[in-house]
Design a protein around this ligand. Structure first.
Ligand code: C2E
Ligand code: MG
Ligand code: MG
Length: 669
């Protein structure tokens, strides 16, 4: 083996010292292109490292390999020889390119591209040159010439966040050219001549011309590619800043977040994505003009940049900013932004809402998974946290596990409401409404429950509000009526007495895509439900919408022959007007009065009962839980009482399993 290595060295160095020279050139050019600004120590280190992984090393390995294979197998002058020689030429290039990538400290394509230029120069010299000196000159000249032509392009992929850094097609093209040129370099030497040295016959000249043409094509093709992509990316970069606020654009945020997350996770810092909303800015625009509104947005943007200098702040749209910032879990920074922005209020009080989606501490593999899709979903989650900030004022909320579950349930409910009706995940529970004089159950309130195969038992707060917001709650409400229709058939079939129900109608039912009145009418006719068996409950907050829509609704239900009950009376701000303007049959007093059962509440309840009585309306007290409350209600003339004192809402099977219950005062404990 020693003897073989010596033989290889004797053959290699006198013939291929051109590669050593090119290796030194490779080191110099690498330092000039990528490390010109570094200190001399770094420059020297990079020079040596580049030299060590240069094409010189690749050539040494390939010639050693080729000689070794030829020692055991004799392929000389055959097609196999050509293939093996080309493969030997290419094989060491790949591990060395990957090492070179580490020397440069950038992603693959930049390293592959520089390597390709030197590889092409070297192979081109092999094809064209007749003597070693010619080879040396052509290799060196062409290496310098090619890197000079591409100097700006190379610097661009090394320093800029470019799509060229991640596009595999770019690397693929460079590698394909390397393969072609390697084949060209071996072709005249082996296939045409069958020898080991450069030859000069006509075919070899033809190959040399094709090789030269190939390199020219490569240069033109790559130059054009770089030109087009750099122009495009520079155009996008120019639009990175939002014209009004000078915050970054949303596209910029998406394009640069991964690098920022990587940098912070290397430094052991956690990050978060936030989303903001300014309420009332529209009023500022209308009253004080758009310049005043823009000024507030600009100041908020600069406040965000000031508080989070290490983050990216972008304007998502209109009044919304979003950003990715270091986040330790403390709310202080966001509270500072909220109070600073609130102080910008002119006449209208600005309310600033901030949703925060913490990204937690990310491992190296997690960071690699950060892409557009991931970022958009994080921004979306930060934005959805805003929806859960209660109250009209400013506030901040973090997207945590509980909120995540809520969101999952919300989207699940929206996607599955039809299925829930079909598969009877939606069930109706009944709660007795008790006559205060006789103590007998006068009727039931029908309340929906959702038993989900994935999330289990869902209470109304989990599905009613999302469905109301999506204007789909009518599906649940009509399901209540339909279910009651079936119960009615069953009860009557067993010869028992059925009681009426009151069922809840949401305001959004009146704005739904279907005509709710027609639908109710249709179900009642189809299922033969008598008009006096169904009462409609409308909540007081439903009146917050258009007054005409509501009074029209009350009238329509009356025309249909249905009683209309006012639910949660006293929970809104327009209670007395409600009594004045709308013609309700029954007033259901909000359960807050029972919850806080003090002297004031008692006085109010007593007055409501009296007033309603004088106006010819009946009253129901909701949330009755104690005997004391029940006694009081009887004493003030409340018509009905409803609450856990009598029964929780129960499924139909349980309600109809026993005879209708009578709740005489002395029997309730
Ligand atoms: P609501 O119409 O005011 O219904 C009364 C709520 O009070 C029910 O809550 C009931 O379980 C609860 N409740 C009854 N007695 C007591 C008591 O003594 N103490 C306490 N703490 N609570 C009592 P639920 O079933 O959770 O319903 C909440 C709200 O959801 C209902 O308020 C109603 O506005 C809405 N809702 C329920 N089912 C439907 C439906 O099918 N359609 C529509 N549109 N809304 C519905
Ligand atoms: Mg109700
Ligand atoms: Mg109520």
């Amino acid at each position: 083996m020693k003897e073989f290595a010596a033989q290889w060295a004797m053959g290699y160095f006198p013939r291929d010292y051109t590669d050593v020279f090119q290796g030194l050139l490779f080191g110099c050019i690498t330092v000039i292109l990528a490390f010109r600004a570094s200190d001399s120590h770094t420059r020297m280190r990079k020079f040596i490292l580049s030299f060590l992984v240069s094409y010189n090393t690749a050539q040494m390995i390939s010639s050693f390999l080729y000689l070794l294979i030829n020692r055991y197998f004799d392929f000389s002058g055959t097609l196999w020889d050509f293939l093996i020689a080309s493969a030997c030429l290419l094989f060491p290039v790949f591990p060395l390119t990957s090492l070179y990538k580490k020397v440069l400290g950038v992603k693959g394509p930049a390293a592959v591209f520089i390597y390709t230029l030197f590889f092409n120069a070297n192979c081109m010299a092999m094809i064209v040159a007749m003597t070693t000196m010619q080879r040396l000159c052509i290799t060196a000249g062409l290496s310098v010439f090619l890197t000079w032509i591409f100097r700006n392009d190379i610097r661009y992929i090394i320093t800029q966040e470019s799509m060229l850094r991640t596009d595999r097609r770019f690397t693929g093209t460079a590698v394909a050219f390397m393969i072609l040129i390697a084949a060209e370099a071996e072709l005249p030497r082996i296939v045409i001549n069958g020898g080991r040295d450069t030859v000069g016959n006509q075919l070899a000249y033809a190959v040399a011309i094709v090789g030269a043409a190939l390199v020219v094509m490569f240069v033109i093709f790559m130059k054009f590619n770089f030109f087009a992509i750099m122009q495009y990316e520079n155009y996008i970069r120019k639009n990175d800043d939002d014209q009004t606020t000078c915050a970054k654009s949303f596209t910029y945020l998406l394009g640069h977040s991964a690098a920022l997350i990587r940098k912070n996770s290397d430094a052991g810092r956690s990050m978060a994505i936030f989303y903001t909303d300014i309420e009332n800015l529209r009023d500022v625009n209308v009253v004080h003009g758009y310049d005043a509104g823009n000024d507030i947005l600009q100041r908020m943007a600069s406040c965000l940049t000031e508080v989070f200098p290490g983050g990216i702040i972008a304007r998502a749209s209109g009044t919304h900013f979003t950003g990715i910032v270091p986040f330790s879990g403390s709310k202080n920074d966001f509270e500072k932004i909220i109070s600073k922005t609130e102080r910008l209020s002119i006449d209208e009080t600005l309310a600033i809402k901030v949703g925060v989606r913490p990204l937690g501490s990310m491992s190296f593999s997690d960071v690699n998974k950060v892409d557009y899709k991931y970022l958009i979903s994080m921004v979306d989650q930060a934005a959805s946290a805003i929806k859960y900030i209660s109250g009209p004022g400013s506030g901040m909320l973090c997207y945590d596990e509980a909120l995540e579950l809520n969101e999952k349930i919300r989207t699940h409910v929206l996607a599955n409401v039809d299925r829930a009706v079909r598969k009877q995940w939606l069930k109706v529970y009944y709660q007795p409404v008790v006559d205060c004089i006789t103590g007998e159950t006068a009727e039931y309130e029908a309340l929906s429950r959702w038993t989900d195969p994935l999330y289990g038992f869902l209470t109304p707060d989990k599905f009613i509000v999302p469905l109301e917001n999506a204007r789909m709650i009518y599906k649940v409400d009509l399901n209540v009526l339909r279910s009651f229709g079936y119960e009615l058939e069953n009860v009557e079939a067993t010869g028992r007495k059925a009681l009426p129900i009151s069922f809840n109608i949401s305001r959004t039912d009146l704005e739904a895509e279907v005509d709710i009145f027609e639908e109710i009418e249709k179900i009642m006719t189809d299922m033969k439900i008598p008009k006096d068996m169904v009462h409609v409950e409308l909540t007081e907050s439903a009146l917050n919408g258009s007054a005409s829509v509501m009074s029209e609704a009350v009238n329509r239900f009356h025309e249909m022959g249905l009683e209309v009950w006012m639910d949660d009376f006293g929970s809104g701000y327009s209670s007395l007007n409600v009594l004045k303007d709308y013609n309700f049959d029954v007033i259901k007093i909000d359960m807050e009065f029972m919850r806080k059962f003090d002297h004031r509440s008692k006085t109010i309840v007593s007055s409501i009962c009296e007033m309603a009585g004088s106006l010819g309306m009946r009253t129901v007290a909701e949330g009755v839980e104690t005997q004391e409350q029940y006694e009081f209600l009887k004493s003030v003339g409340c018509t009905y009482a409803q609450g856990y004192l009598f029964s929780k809402p129960l499924p139909a099977e349980e309600i109809y399993a026993s005879p209708i219950r009578c709740f005489q005062a002395d029997r309730i404990h």
